[in-house]
Write a protein that binds this ligand. Structure first.
Ligand code: SAH
Ligand code: SF4
Ligand code: F3S
Length: 435
């Protein structure tokens, strides 16, 4: 019997890359590869890259540099670059770094087995097209192996919004949705394999149009699957939050009370320059409607500080918006110039100013996050257990609101969904007892 070849994948960036890496590993199973968690004994190394903020390409080159020794020792080792940096700078990478055998952009993953075969044959293989076909349908079907209780499932890709700071419309291409029947088939299959919670993914997931009633229609269909206990989705754009999706937060029990709804900034002047297509007021009204549908909804957001021409007054508008919303969690970034995007050409905010604003913003967000977490003490929540904890008999899971929860829970196994009373709030997680 021939030894299986080993594939090492390193994943950067968003959850969609995590899902893509999973699917690529599964597809490479058909080429005789099994996954390994160390590059040292790999026959192929694949970097699944992210281009969202600065130094993305530099990070890829320095990571590649670390494999020079391995490649010199074992010239048979194949090195590939996938993901958003591959899409944006694939040809340049091949030119600058001769040790790279294969480059594949995010919309061409179904061609990976063929590219691998070409690379194995000694060719340089590059594919960064935006083909019409659904890559996930063309990728080898998923194996039947048992898996953990939570899974990502990409339902939508690409973006047509063109926010002035963002590379995603260029690296992932135009918005496309996977047909609902294919998503449902994949979801049923994942549930049969042990999955209890699905997170539906898309760069703009609520622009989903693979079901005639949009993302809400898809969620309502998924909710009928026996054994699927929880549904989440990310990332949403405020302008694609339609009435039915808002209503679903109130009437669909399996849809969890946690919503990631990035606003980026709180100043209308900046929102306009960002090309976000909505005002701060419209965002706050939307939150009000969501909370009317689901009063205990935890909100999460993304923020950019130091966008070109952002003044101290603009920045204070962002702080005021955060005060008004009270976020359960959030991600915040200093604006980073991305070549080819409109904002990169505009007058930039000094770095020291960005640092200062980021610190102040994060202090406020951390305070809010902690306050909402502390308010969980004494309450009873659902917890889906995922794995054993560090202490004997301890299990770790996620609350409905996505908090990590530690529970002394003899007899509970991963995949169990139990009611838990929260007794303590720590820096990054909650402690509870079975209710
Ligand atoms: N589609 C999602 C976000 C995709 S990118 C949405 O519209 O919300 C994830 C986050 O990275 C963005 O929400 C934004 O906050 C941040 N981001 C994107 N481009 C950036 C840039 N040039 N500089 C700093 N942060 C950026
Ligand atoms: Fe980027 Fe804006 Fe599209 Fe989100 S909506 S992926 S931030 S262009
Ligand atoms: Fe990064 Fe591409 Fe995701 S740029 S955030 S990996 S869509």
């Amino acid at each position: 019997m021939t030894q299986p070849k080993k594939l090492f994948i390193k994943t950067y960036g968003c959850q969609m890359n995590v899902y893509d890496s999973e699917r690529m590993a599964e597809a490479m199973g058909g080429q005789g590869y099994v996954q390994t968690d160390s590059p040292d004994d790999a026959d192929m190394i694949l970097l699944n890259t992210c281009h969202i903020r600065e130094k993305a390409a530099e990070k890829v080159y320095s990571e590649l540099g670390r494999y020079k020794g391995l490649k010199a020792e074992r010239p048979d080792l194949k090195i590939g670059v996938a993901g958003c940096v591959a899409q944006a700078e694939g040809e340049e990478i091949m030119r600058r770094q001769p040790m790279v055998d294969l480059v594949v952009g995010p919309q061409s993953y179904h061609r990976l087995p063929e590219l691998e075969a070409r690379a194995r044959g000694g060719e340089k293989a590059l594919d960064t097209d935006f083909p019409e076909e659904d890559k996930f349908e063309r990728l080898k079907s998923r194996p039947k192996a048992k898996r953990g209780p939570t899974a990502f499932l990409t339902v939508q890709e690409g973006c047509d919004k063109f926010c002035a700071f963002c590379v995603v419309p260029y690296t992932r291409g135009a918005e496309v949705s996977r047909p609902a029947d294919r998503v449902l088939t994949e979801a049923r299959d994942l549930v049969e394999r042990g999955v209890r919670e699905l997170t539906l993914l898309g760069q703009n997931v609520n622009a989903y149009h693979g079901h005639d009633r949009g993302l809400a229609g898809l969620i309502r269909e998924l909710a009928k699957i026996d054994g699927l206990e929880r549904i989440r989705f990310t990332t949403s754009h405020p302008n694609d939050m339609d009435d039915d999706l808002i209503a679903a937060h109130g009437d669909c029990d399996k849809l969890m009370p946690y919503l990631h709804l990035p606003v980026q900034a709180g100043s209308d002047r900046i929102l306009k320059r960002m090309n976000r297509q909505h005002t701060a007021e419209q965002y706050l009204k939307l939150i009000e409607r969501l909370r009317a549908a689901r009063p205990d909804l935890h909100l999460s957001g993304d923020f950019i500080v130091g966008f070109p021409e952002e003044t101290e007054a603009d920045f204070r508008d962002t702080l005021a918006l955060i005060e008004a919303v009270e976020y359960g969690s959030a991600f915040s970034f200093k604006y980073s110039e991305r070549p080819g995007t409109p904002a990169a050409e505009r007058p930039q905010v000094p770095e020291a100013e960005k640092d200062d604003r980021l610190q102040r913003l994060q202090a406020l967000l951390t305070r809010q996050q902690r306050a909402l977490q502390d308010a969980m003490v004494g309450r009873e929540v659902g917890v889906l257990f995922e794995k054993t904890g560090r202490l004997p008999g301890q299990m770790v899971g996620k609350s409905d609101y996505l908090h990590a929860v530690h529970v002394a829970a003899e007899g509970v196994v991963p995949g169990d969904l139990r009611r838990v009373r929260i007794v303590e709030s720590g820096p990054n997680s909650l402690k509870g007892v079975l209710a």
